[in-house]
Design a protein around this ligand. Structure first.
Ligand code: SF4
Ligand code: SF4
Length: 192
C-alpha cells in the first residue's frame, strides 16, 4: 500500500508478520501512545525511541528498524513491556528484530554493541551465568583496547562488586537449552 502525501511512504505489512512469526507479538496493536519511550532508561543513547521503532515495523521499514542502533542499545529491562497499555511485549519484539538482523547478516550502526552481545551469549552458553570480568576482558581484547576501564575494574573487584573467579552454574543445562533453541529455529525455518 502506498500513502501519498508530502513524502511518499510504502507500507509493507510483511515485516510485522515476520516479527509476529518470530515472537508471537502483534505490533499493529501499537497506537503510538509513547509510554514505552517515556520509560526507556536507554533512550538517550538510541537513534530513535522504541515507539518509533514500533512504527517502522508497522510500516515495514526494514532498513531503519534493523540497521539503526535502537534495537541494539536495548538492555531488555522490560520497562516498556510493563508499561504498554496494549500488552505488547516490546522487549520480545526487539529480540525478534535482532534475530532477523542476524539472519539477514545486516550490519547495524551500533558500534561494538553487537560484539558485546555475541560475547555475552557465548559466555552464558558455556558458563551458565554471566562472568563480568571475563566478558569485559574479552571485549576489550577483541575491540583492541586491552586496558580499557582497567582501573575501574580493579576498584570494583577490591570492593567486592565484581568477582575475579567465575562461578559456573549448570553449564550443561544451558548448553542443552541453546541447542534445543537452535533445533526449534531450524525446524521453524524448514516449515516456513
Ligand atoms: S526493554 Fe529495551 S526498549 Fe524497553 S525500556 Fe528496556 S531498554 Fe528500553
Ligand atoms: S507503549 Fe505500547 S501502545 Fe504505546 S507506543 Fe509503546 S508499543 Fe505502542
Amino acid at each position: 500500500m502506498k500513502i501519498i502525501g508530502e513524502n511518499e511512504i510504502t507500507v509493507d505489512a510483511s515485516f510485522a508478520k515476520e516479527i509476529q512469526k518470530h515472537c508471537g507479538e502483534n505490533v499493529n496493536l501499537c497506537y503510538q501512545c509513547r509510554k514505552c519511550a517515556a520509560g526507556c532508561p536507554n533512550r538517550q543513547f538510541m537513534d530513535f525511541t522504541p515507539t518509533e521503532l514500533m512504527r517502522y515495523v508497522q510500516l515495514g521499514m526494514f532498513d531503519e528498524a534493523l540497521k539503526k542502533n535502537t534495537a541494539w542499545f536495548c538492555v531488555s529491562c522490560q520497562t516498556c513491556t510493563a508499561r504498554c497499555p496494549q500488552d505488547i511485549d516490546i522487549a520480545r519484539v526487539i529480540d525478534a528484530i535482532r534475530m532477523i538482523a542476524d539472519e539477514r547478516r545486516l550490519v547495524a550502526d551500533a558500534g561494538n554493541v553487537r560484539v558485546l552481545n555475541r560475547l555475552w551469549m557465548i559466555m552464558l552458553r558455556f558458563m551458565g551465568r554471566m562472568y563480568e570480568v571475563g566478558l569485559v576482558g574479552t571485549f576489550n581484547m577483541v575491540t583492541g583496547k586491552p586496558f580499557n576501564d582497567m582501573a575501574l575494574g580493579k576498584k570494583m573487584i577490591l570492593k567486592g562488586k565484581l568477582k575475579f573467579i567465575p562461578s559456573i552454574k549448570m553449564p550443561f543445562t544451558m548448553m542443552k537449552m541453546f541447542s534445543r533453541a537452535k533445533k526449534i529455529k531450524e525446524r521453524k525455518k524448514a516449515n516456513s
